[in-house]
Design a protein around this ligand. Structure first.
Ligand SMILES: Cc1cc2nc3c(=O)[nH]c(=O)nc-3n(C[C@H](O)[C@H](O)[C@H](O)COP(=O)(O)OP(=O)(O)OC[C@H]3O[C@@H](n4cnc5c(N)ncnc54)[C@H](O)[C@@H]3O)c2cc1C
Length: 369
């Protein structure tokens, strides 16, 4: 009998399991259908530690991003894991200055206290290759190696006595008094039942299906997840040209095609946003997207046309819709209404899920209090 079973060994599941096992001394089990941890959304993203500007004040995204960022930096520093506080410039054309100021105001209201609005002259001095533009500088934005971080979370979790079951698929759940009975299967299809007091569904792209399999009828109530693909192009010859990330202003369903850096200084452009028909996952990048990528990036980095672009990789966001409206926030619910308060569903854990991950465990604890 476990205190807690977490389904899904991505950044969110591992952070939640580590919190309860290491900091709360609960007896925890993580179930993961793949043979290795961190092979889902958490391995295909921009690896940016977001500051917390973009999300409506008071939303879960705003609160958990700002708190998660602090917890994440602390964790990475304490364990000397690879990361860099490289900072970020959000750039705006002359007719977008009001939007940039609104973003700065929202960031401040969310508790991001170090933002700096800078004029055209200063922006061009700091990043010489930028087109003339005003900018918002966010010094607390950074980048990390998600893979190193997740491996460390899993290692610490197991060293503290936590169990990790790889190649183990969650199949269904039956409430039994105050406990939950989970049926799981191995790759040969053999099943077994495990008991827990509490369970967190942290299965990323599969979270709605897992919730349904556990008996929570979200689809009947108009909930739907749409797969939103984001492609990236690499710019190999621009390696080392940028010290900070460069973002345009966000659009309703994405943060915009930005200049993304990794810890080796490699430059990538992306991600765009494209809904995938019938939620069939596709991770290849269509070379024909290059024209649109150049058009969008040229507006703030005219020199992009001097460099060849190479189709790189893609990730998929789980966008949650409720009765056909895009649910912009994280959805985190203890199933009290279904008489199953021990079970928590996490749906639509899109960006900034990586940044927020280490604040999610403490938040879930409040749902169970
Ligand atoms: C293109 C893109 C860019 C992004 N950029 C950023 C960024 O820069 N910064 C940021 O903070 N966030 C970013 N995000 C968001 C972030 O990557 C996600 O929010 C986060 O990785 C979600 O983690 P997760 O653990 O919920 O999901 P996942 O990493 O997908 O983990 C879910 C796990 O559940 C497992 N699973 C599924 N079904 C079952 C089952 N039935 N039984 C057992 N296991 C199961 C899967 O195999 C998987 O390992 C980005 C996302 C995308 C797509």
């Amino acid at each position: 009998m476990y205190d807690l079973i977490v389904i899904g060994a991505g950044a969110v599941g591992l952070s939640v399991a580590r919190y309860f096992q290491v900091e709360r001394h609960w007896r925890c089990l993580v179930l993961e259908k793949e043979p290795r941890i961190g092979q889902g959304i958490s391995s295909r993203n921009s690896e940016v530690i977001h500051a917390g500007l973009y999300y409506p004040t008071g939303s879960l995204k705003a609160r958990l991003c700002v708190e998660g960022k602090e917890r994440l930096y602390h964790y990475l520093e304490r364990n000397t894991l690879p990361h860099q506080r490289c900072g970020k410039y959000v750039v705006a054309a002359t007719d977008q200055e009001n939007e940039l100021e609104q973003l700065a105001d929202q960031g401040s209201a969310n508790g991001v206290s170090d933002l700096e609005l800078i004029d055209e002259v200063t922006a061009c001095q700091r990043v010489e290759s930028l087109a003339p533009c005003t900018a918002l500088f966010s010094p607390s934005t950074g980048i990390l190696s998600a893979d190193s971080w997740m491996r460390h979370l899993a290692g610490e979790f197991q060293a503290a006595g936590g169990d990790l079951a790889l190649n183990t698929v969650f199949c269904d759940m039956t409430p039994a008094g105050d406990t939950l009975q989970l049926t799981v299967a191995d790759p040969a299809g053999d099943t077994m039942t495990i008991q827990a007091e509490k369970t967190v569904n942290a299965t990323g792209l599969s979270a709605l299906e897992v919730a349904e399999a556990a008996g929570f009828e979200y689809q009947k109530r108009g909930y739907e997840v749409k797969y939103c693909k984001g492609s990236y192009f690499s710019v190999p010859d621009a390696r080392g040209n940028f010290q900070s990330l460069i973002y345009p202003l966000p659009t309703p369903n994405s943060l915009g095609i930005h200049i993304r850096l990794d810890l080796l200084g490699e430059v990538r452009l992306g991600p765009d946003a494209e809904y995938l028909p019938d939620n069939v996952p596709v991770y290849t990048v269509d070379p024909a997207l290059e024209t649109e990528f150049r058009r969008q990036v040229r507006r703030y980095w005219p020199a992009v046309d001097q460099y060849p672009l190479e189709p790189d990789w893609a990730g998929i966001r789980p966008h949650l819709f409720v009765e056909n409206s895009f649910y912009q926030d994280f959805f985190m619910r203890s199933e009290v209404d279904s008489d199953c308060p021990g079970w928590i569903n996490l749906l639509g854990i899109d960006s900034p899920g990586l940044t927020a991950a280490m604040a999610i465990g403490p938040y879930l604890e409040t749902l169970w209090a």
